[in-house]
Design a protein around this ligand. Structure first.
Ligand code: PAF
Length: 199
């Protein structure tokens, strides 16, 4: 990935990264379109798909997180994505289970409170993986959804604090016709829960 990005950069092409955990939906397509509008036709739009284990607590839904790579590939092709980055867990966190991997990135202010209260290790996992994806993909721009409002604020702060030369763009939430924010995890909802979710 780095070799490809270095080559694109040497040709003067702007690179935009949309980090995702896959199971893509029209909200992601909106982020992809925003990225394309920012880098132009000569630019490179990269989507990463990686279900990041470090942002899930042991009690959370890592194993059952929805996955459908062939559908994701189609959505990327239909939206003219230039590259799909699919790192393996072992390449992102070599030896994490045995303790050989030991470096994490922690934002210590905005990540406290709100979602950070119920998910105390979540944002450290997010900042760690996003910093790593930035170093793999070497983008000029990275686009995130406003739906994950605290995450967007944490990532902006981390990017500034660690001097990543990357413009962070926050794109508006895409909603279902009845107002529910689109989310991969909406697939967990039963019919009753789906109806109640708009309250
Ligand atoms: O918002 C997400 O899908 C994830 O938290 C992210 C930013 C891709 C990091 O794994």
């Amino acid at each position: 990935m780095q070799r490809a990005s270095i080559a694109w950069r040497s040709e003067g092409r702007a690179i935009a990264l949309i980090p995702t955990m896959g199971y893509l939906h029209p909200g992601h397509a909106g982020l992809i379109r925003r990225a394309r509008s920012l880098v132009g036709r000569r630019g490179i739009v990269v989507v990463s798909i990686f279900v990041n284990p470090t942002q899930f607590a042991p009690s959370e839904d890592l194993a059952k997180y929805p996955r459908d790579l062939s559908r994701d590939r189609r959505l990327c092709q239909d939206n003219s994505v230039d590259a799909l980055f699919l790192p393996s867990e072992e390449s992102m966190y070599p030896g994490r289970i045995t303790g050989a991997y030991s470096t994490y990135v922690t934002e210590t202010c905005i990540s406290q409170g709100m979602e950070g209260t119920s998910r105390p290790t979540h944002f450290q996992g997010v900042t760690t993986v996003v910093a790593k994806l930035f170093n793999c993909v070497l983008p000029h721009i990275s686009v995130f959804g406003e739906k994950d409002f605290q995450q967007a604020a944490v990532i902006k702060r981390m990017t500034a604090d660690l001097n990543f030369p990357i413009k962070i763009v926050i794109a508006p939430t895409t909603r279902e016709a009845d107002g529910l924010a689109m989310s991969s995890r909406n697939s967990y909802l039963s019919e009753d829960q789906r109806r109640a979710a708009t309250c």
